[in-house]
Design a protein around this ligand. Sequence first.
Ligand SMILES: [Zn+2]
Length: 82
Amino acid sequence: MTKPASRPLPPDRIKAAMKAIWAWRADANKPVACPVCGAGGLVIVDRSARPHAEWYNLSCQVCGLEHVLHIPMSTPIGGSDI
Ligand SMILES: [Zn+2]
């Protein structure tokens, strides 16, 4: 099978991608739909390394999406437990 060329997330799909991440964080066992092509099975990898920002690697094998989404955490949720 030929893998489609990898492509970044279109700017107008960032909101959809963030929704996909929230859904994934709520239930990581549920298949998440790709924000670009809508196919299930979006792969999300949490690469957050800092307390005030989150990084998520999104990849879709169907349309070739390959993108790292940066979510700045301007409003801390809850207290720090570290
Ligand atoms: Zn896709």
